[in-house]
Design a binder for this molecule. Structure first.
Ligand code: FES
Ligand code: FE2
Length: 404
């Protein structure tokens, strides 16, 4: 679980959304209640260790929209964003007309990688034999063209992959061809809340990469529940939030949950107009591997961490990329400094607490008795829903039942 802790902040007046969440949390605190799943869930441990399942998951990641980056990262014509995290090497390029195109980062001559890194280009020249392509992917020049049979050169434009830019986010699908990505359809009921972040006007702060010897789903699980806060995060998050209490919203395979800062206890028996604007942490999830963690800043605004979690080189290898942005309005010097400090802090807690634990757990899972089942509590609806939706998308049921 990765949420930043901030000083007590004034209420964020511009987020109507938060008012409803705050109201819900206040009711839950007063009633000593929480949103929860219908029951706990027991699942075979091999969902974390089965290499066949893992291969199917990797294949799935190439068929669903993946966050390649943010619009603010590629604003000028010729700006390129590379995305290599789910298999194919992909480049997203800002076009002269302001739109985006995405291509396999693969020369159509003999498949060399064309662009090595993010940056700004005028044209695309392959480093191997200098075939040159326009920003639009059209083949412009072939040195020694006379040495090719014209019929074999044929159409050798770059190979496109679907890309969609929406509300400041850039999604790609890492498979050539196929239907266009319609982000609003994909996000369903979550779309309006994501749009609310106004990421097109956010300020980029930093991106950090972590690697961990665990299954990618175990890493995601650590972002998906607050049950572990008091035990694992004894010197950070565990101190700040009401334990075992959450507000939960599911939107198809996506979800978000909100936690009540302990300051919410002061709302009990107090009419809403007199609330002292208690802090809320909201953790969103875009299926199957993007976490959106919103944290308050000292000026009552918010910054946001976008954490993408990917399968690494084996069933027990994972890497994650955490990008921090200051949301619109949270761009005072104080806010930016806070966002930077939060970014560093989150990565340290991720690495030293959640991921360290996840690596040891994975090692145990690899050698666990065959019939060992993991348990997800009813207070972990996001974990349960994530695994259920993933199993559905894979069409691979999770073995659950009566084993230990
Ligand atoms: S592989 Fe690109 S020009 Fe030959
Ligand atoms: Fe955690």
């Amino acid at each position: 679980m990765n949420i930043a802790t901030g000083p007590m902040s004034p209420i964020v007046k511009d987020r109507d959304d938060f008012k409803a969440i705050r109201r819900s949390l206040a009711q839950l605190v007063a009633a000593k209640d929480t949103h929860r799943a219908e029951s706990s869930l027991r699942v075979s441990h091999d969902i974390y260790t089965d290499p066949i399942r893992w291969e199917a998951e990797r294949a799935l990641l190439r068929t669903v929209p993946q966050l390649a980056g943010l619009s603010i990262q590629i604003q000028q014509a010729g700006d390129v964003l590379t995305f290599d995290h789910v298999g194919p090497q992909i480049m997203v390029i800002r076009q002269e007309d302001g739109g985006l195109k995405a291509f396999l980062n693969m020369c159509t001559h003999r498949a060399a990688r064309i662009v090595q890194d993010c940056g700004r280009i005028k044209r695309l020249t392959c480093p191997f034999h200098a075939w040159t392509f326009g920003l639009d992917g059209k083949l412009k020049a072939v040195p020694g063209k006379e040495f090719f049979d014209a019929a074999m050169l044929g159409s050798r434009d770059l190979i496109e992959v679907p890309v969609a830019e929406w509300a400041g986010l850039i999604f790609v699908r890492a498979t050539a061809g196929g239907d266009p990505i319609v982000v609003e359809d994909w996000l369903g009921g979550y779309a309006d809340h994501v749009k609310d972040f106004d990421l097109a006007n956010a300020a980029y702060i930093d991106t950090g990469r972590l690697e961990v010897r665990t299954n990618w789903k175990y890493a995601i699980d650590t972002f998906s529940e607050n049950y572990h806060l008091p035990a694992l995060h004894t010197s950070s998050f565990g101190l700040d939030y009401v334990p075992n209490l959450l507000h939960y919203d599911a939107f198809g395979p996506h979800h978000r949950f909100a936690l009540a800062n302990k300051s919410f206890r002061a709302t009990v028996g107090c009419e809403e107009a007199k609330w002292n604007d208690p802090d809320v942490a909201v953790i969103g999830f875009i299926f199957p591997n993007l976490i959106l963690s919103m944290a308050p800043t000292p000026t009552g605004r918010h910054n946001l961490q976008l954490t993408r979690v990917y399968p690494g080189s084996a069933v027990d290898r994972t890497f994650s990329l955490t990008m921090t942005v200051a949301l619109p309005g949270a761009d005072s010097e104080e806010d930016i400094a806070f966002a930077r400090a939060t970014h560093d802090n989150i990565l340290i807690i991720n690495a030293q607490e959640d991921y360290l634990l996840a690596a040891d757990a994975q090692r145990n899972l690899q050698f666990a008795p065959e019939d060992f089942m993991v348990l997800y509590a009813s207070i972990e609806p996001a974990v349960q829903d994530f695994h259920r939706h993933l199993a559905d998308a894979l069409n691979m049921p999770m073995a659950s039942g009566t084993a230990r």
